[in-house]
Design a protein around this ligand. Structure first.
Ligand SMILES: *[C@@H]1O[C@H](CO)[C@@H](O)[C@H](O)[C@H]1NC(C)=O
Ligand SMILES: *[C@@H]1O[C@H](CO)[C@@H](O)[C@H](O)[C@H]1NC(C)=O
Ligand SMILES: *[C@@H]1O[C@H](CO)[C@@H](O)[C@H](O)[C@H]1NC(C)=O
Ligand SMILES: *[C@@H]1O[C@H](CO)[C@@H](O)[C@H](O)[C@H]1NC(C)=O
Ligand SMILES: *[C@@H]1O[C@H](CO)[C@@H](O)[C@H](O)[C@H]1NC(C)=O
Ligand SMILES: *[C@@H]1O[C@H](CO)[C@@H](O)[C@H](O)[C@H]1NC(C)=O
Ligand SMILES: *[C@@H]1O[C@H](CO)[C@@H](O)[C@H](O)[C@H]1NC(C)=O
Ligand SMILES: *[C@@H]1O[C@H](CO)[C@@H](O)[C@H](O)[C@H]1NC(C)=O
Ligand SMILES: *[C@@H]1O[C@H](CO)[C@@H](O)[C@H](O)[C@H]1NC(C)=O
Ligand SMILES: *[C@@H]1O[C@H](CO)[C@@H](O)[C@H](O)[C@H]1NC(C)=O
Length: 420
């Protein structure tokens, strides 16, 4: 860890383009005859020198295959990572591509991350950047081999050793794109991190890490719009999906989440550059033994902003600790003070939510005294308390929340918006 941390402190973060730029010069292999049978032209990484021996660092071969496909192909191109186990350290596939859209990366085999932290100069393993019309597909596996680095990424235990570890798959400034089918295993930090993206759909994914692994969010989305996530199974040690700041029009459906911390909007407002979140729908999802279900969380914040127009609907909770949560005290629990968050939360809907919870406070709305939550609808929520030992009070708790309860409500509605 020391090496990674030192690199960050010294500000030695290489410009992203140097990673790809270097591979396009001379000295590459001669027989780069791509395969084309009517479909896209295929750039098989093994034809560029990749070796599936679970040992060789394939970074140069991956770069060369991507460079040939993206920068040099005049026909629709596909980079193929075939069956076998390929190892690679930090890898960047950057556009813009000269080849016709879309450009595909298909993974059939397993790619394993190098576990030496000094191989990572910034916190991502694979970066896909500046691409319009990208497809990442296949039934293969990205294995972040996170177990080696998780002990160094638990800020609660090692406060002085919290350099951000690499996310497995970072999509940065990727537009009009599709990610489907792949498995992401044991990321060091986030599995997927989308930032600066527009119109990307992610589906049929299998995202897996142990419930105890720190900060292994399944999919983290920030500064992006029109992102869809559906038909996926996500089990991690942090949020299955977290929707960060400056996002609009995010829709999530048909996700099975667990273990993990639920599907969250936030945390928002930690840094002043964070802008509002508008338009999130989370529909038809199942939560298995997660610590939270539907959650919106903000810090007190330093710059006013909003989280609004958010709907959680058609959810099944199975042994979930905190099924419905708005928490504006994030990061300040130790103060035990009511939230004075500058973030305004409004037009929020929690509808058709059923199943079981192990907490006797199944609905908890802790809003800002400065900015009470407005138009929070809780409708057709039918939860059964299965906690042990059984606490006979089964309640909703509201602070500074203008909540409207409708239809079936179990636990019963808050008796007052200022307290339970
Ligand atoms: C680019 O294409 C040309 C012509 O097909 C080929 O000779 C050259 O090796 C290719 N370069 C790379 C980096 O693939
Ligand atoms: C993606 O779209 C944004 C606007 O939404 C634009 O600024 C950016 O240049 C686009 N990126 C690419 C790679 O096309
Ligand atoms: C969004 O991206 C998909 C996949 O590339 C594309 O088919 C679709 O046309 C895009 N939508 C818009 C509005 O550009
Ligand atoms: C997800 O991948 C893991 C590891 O490869 C596997 O054990 C599990 O069965 C997969 N789950 C689904 C739903 O495909
Ligand atoms: C998602 O899964 C459902 C159920 O298996 C299926 O009906 C639907 O077509 C899938 N959606 C896509 C876009 O694959
Ligand atoms: C979710 O699954 C249902 C079937 O169970 C399907 O009708 C629906 O289209 C799926 N939603 C998405 C966004 O794929
Ligand atoms: C609410 O969000 C949806 C997208 O989820 C968007 O289409 C709609 O315009 C938003 N409504 C308002 C009032 O901003
Ligand atoms: C959610 O499930 C309902 C009932 O199966 C279905 O009608 C609806 O289309 C689904 N919504 C999404 C966004 O998949
Ligand atoms: C959820 O937790 C209960 C009790 O700890 C356990 O019996 C059950 O197998 C767990 N279910 C899942 C899906 O992990
Ligand atoms: C039951 O829950 C209420 C509300 O959270 C709490 O105040 C009380 O102490 C709990 N009782 C027991 C016996 O745990």
């Amino acid at each position: 860890m020391a090496t990674l941390k030192t690199l960050f402190f010294l500000g030695i973060v290489f410009p992203s383009c140097s990673l790809i730029g270097a591979s396009l010069g001379h000295g590459t292999r001669r027989n780069l005859l791509p395969i084309s049978k009517g479909g896209p032209t295929i750039f098989d990484v093994t034809k560029f020198g990749a070796v599936a021996d679970d040992k060789t660092d394939n970074i140069d071969a991956f770069r060369a295959a991507w460079g040939a496909a993206c920068k040099n192909s005049t026909t629709i191109a596909k980079v193929l990572i075939p069956a076998g186990t390929f190892r690679t350290a930090q890898t960047m596939f950057a556009g813009p591509c000269a080849s016709p859209k879309p450009i595909t990366v298909e993974i059939m085999g397993t790619v394993k991350a190098d576990t030496d932290p000094s191989e990572y100069v910034s916190p991502e393993w694979f970066t896909f950047q500046d691409i319009d019309g990208f497809v990442l597909t296949g039934n293969g596996v990205f294995d972040g081999q996170g177990a080696a680095s998780w002990p160094f990424n638990d800020c609660k235990r090692t406060k002085d050793n919290c350099a951000p570890l690499p996310s497995s798959l970072k999509l940065y400034k990727v537009n009009n794109s599709v990610v489907t089918g792949i498995t992401s295993l044991n990321s060091m930090q986030f599995h997927f991190h989308l930032h600066g993206c527009s119109n990307v759909s992610l589906s049929n994914l299998n995202i897996t890490a142990p419930g105890s692994s720190p900060n292994t969010d399944g999919i983290h989305i920030s500064s992006s719009d029109r992102i869809k996530v559906f038909n996926s199974t996500i089990g991690t040690g942090d949020d299955c999906i977290s929707i960060g700041h400056s996002t609009t029009d995010i829709s999530i459906a048909n996700i099975t989440c667990g273990p993990g911390h639920g599907i969250s909007v936030g945390s928002l407002g930690k840094r002043p550059e964070e802008r509002s979140v508008n338009g999130v729908t989370v529909t038809n999802c199942t939560f298995l033994n997660t610590t939270n279900g539907a959650r919106i969380k903000t810090w007190i914040g330093t710059v006013p902003a909003e989280a609004k127009n958010i709907t959680y609907e058609g959810l099944i909770m199975n042994g979930v600790q905190n099924p419905i949560v708005i928490d504006q005290t994030y990061g300040s629990k130790k103060l035990r003070a009511p939230s004075t968050s500058l973030w305004k939360i409004s037009n929020i809907h929690f509808r058709k939510i059923k199943g079981t919870t192990v907490s006797n406070v199944a609905v908890s709305l802790e809003c800002s005294s400065r900015n009470p939550c407005e138009s929070v609808e809780i409708a057709d929520v039918d939860l059964t308390y299965v906690g042990s030992p059984l606490n006979t009070t089964f309640i909703s708790s509201c602070f500074n929340a203008k909540a409207i309860f409708g239809g079936t409500v179990n636990p019963p509605a808050c008796s007052s918006s200022l307290g339970v």
